[in-house]
Write a protein that binds this ligand. Sequence first.
Ligand SMILES: [Fe+2]
Ligand SMILES: [Fe+2]
Length: 222
Amino acid sequence: MTGTEFVAQLIAENEELLARIDAPAESRPSERSDPQSFDTLATLMKMALKNEMEAAEIAAEWVATTPELDAKVALACHAGDEARHYELVEAQARSMAIQLDGFHPLDPPSPVLSYLRTLNSTVERVAAALVAREAMGGRRNAQFLAFLEQAGHGELAAVYREVINPDEDRHHRNGCALLARLATTAAAQEAARRAARGLLETGDRVRTAALRQTGASVIPGC
Ligand SMILES: [Fe+2]
Ligand SMILES: [Fe+2]
């Protein structure tokens, strides 16, 4: 199978899995949390900040240990984009008077960041962080955007609609093109598939726990 054929197959497999595991949940308001409340929005925005910072962090960590020049450049650009997303969401959080003192987005690392740190080859990294994670993040951010529009958070919604969501789509597409060039052997394709699957399963566990904790029907991606 060529790299291009493999990536088309991998995208279809990922989409099939995501359609099953990543649909918006029933919102389940508990005594502690109301999905439409300020506290819930603050929790979701901190989750968004954590995701963006972790995406920037892992891409930056990998720049120095990725020998392929095209992948190195893609990761460096990716780190910059995700850091920019962090800045944009942080500015919105501050303008909404969401308290960020003592907020440490990388402490502790999420299971997704810990999983990504176990990946040592470029095909695994690109398959997990760019192809799979950006597909998952794009899907979650589309759901988060709809939630923000419905809840009347117009300025934050505009940031997602105009900057973050188009960037995540581009990250995914660039990752797919890169993986098609890199994953040209059966062994590389198998490693890429395993890494993508591992990322999506880890992301699903994180989402399930977050939905339970917040009572919200959606969570932001990265
Ligand atoms: Fe992204
Ligand atoms: Fe992002």
